[in-house]
Design a protein around this ligand. Structure first.
Ligand SMILES: NC(=O)c1ccc[n+]([C@@H]2O[C@H](COP(=O)([O-])OP(=O)(O)OC[C@H]3O[C@@H](n4cnc5c(N)ncnc54)[C@H](OP(=O)(O)O)[C@@H]3O)[C@@H](O)[C@H]2O)c1
Length: 219
């Protein structure tokens, strides 16, 4: 089995790549040095490179992310907006578009690494929330568009890799009272690989963050 993992040099993406390798996948784990995914030609080129190097593609995991910076609404710039939308929303679509022929051939799977921010309005992360909501819709739209050959699913992490010093506050935002680990997301991806009757759905792995009262960081 052959997988392209974007954000593969990041905290979550690296754990996903490791998990897939442990499960027998050949993996191209791509970082921003392998192409700026907010640029459509570079996103397309990365997919073609992965398919060429791996000899085809069974799985695309899009775990690259950018633009997760708290800012008041009045301070958000076009650059901030584009950083959030470029890697999260635009790249989700154009990576999937480029991967679709390869995945149709292999009857493969796309997994978008979403965020609870897609489902909760966080005032200090307006662009990030909006971009993640767009990505969550693409999970469903593309599941319809690429069926029946290609399944499209999401994983919705809560706090699994938090900034140093933030652990206690982020843990208190969950029902389980603790921060998760990137490996929790990797395990969810592995499950979705095996879940051959699942498409158009997102698996929430957030320690109960979505159900906890209060509405997110810096509400
Ligand atoms: N961390 C969490 O607790 C958490 C919670 C919920 C959701 N998520 C989601 O999980 C995903 C990964 O988060 P993370 O915490 O692992 O982030 P991270 O450690 O900051 O890693 C980000 C990854 O994205 C890549 N990247 C950034 N901009 C890019 C661009 N323009 N083109 C190509 N690649 C680019 C980075 O590459 P380089 O390092 O090579 O620059 C890196 O591999 C994101 O979608 C995030 O929203 C994370």
């Amino acid at each position: 089995m052959r997988a392209l993992v974007t954000g593969g040099t990041g905290r979550v993406g690296a754990a996903i790549a490791d998990g897939l390798r442990a499960g027998g996948f050949s993996v191209l784990a791509a970082g921003s040095a392998d192409g700026d995914l907010s640029a459509v030609p570079e996103a397309r080129a990365l997919v073609e490179r992965a398919a060429a190097e791996l000899g085809g593609l069974d799985l695309l995991v899009h775990a690259a992310g950018d633009g997760f910076e708290p800012k008041q609404v009045e301070d958000v710039t076009e650059v901030d907006w584009d950083a959030a939308f470029g890697v999260t929303a635009r790249a989700s679509f154009f990576l999937a578009q480029a991967a679709a022929p390869h995945l149709r051939e292999s009857r493969g799977l796309i997994v978008f690494i979403e965020d609870v921010a897609a489902y909760q309005p966080w005032p200090s992360f307006a662009a990030h929330c909006a971009a993640k909501a767009a990505q969550a819709m693409l999970t469903r739209v593309l599941a319809r568009a690429l069926a029946p050959e290609v399944r499209v699913c999401g994983v919705v992490p809560g706090p699994v890799a938090v900034e140093p010093g933030q652990e206690e506050r982020r843990a208190a935002e969950t029902l389980l009272g603790r921060v998760g680990r990137p490996e929790d997301v990797a395990d969810a991806v592995a499950y979705l690989v095996s879940a051959s009757y699942a498409t158009g759905t997102s698996l929430v792995v957030d320690g109960g963050r979505l159900l906890q009262s209060g509405s997110g960081p810096n509400p």
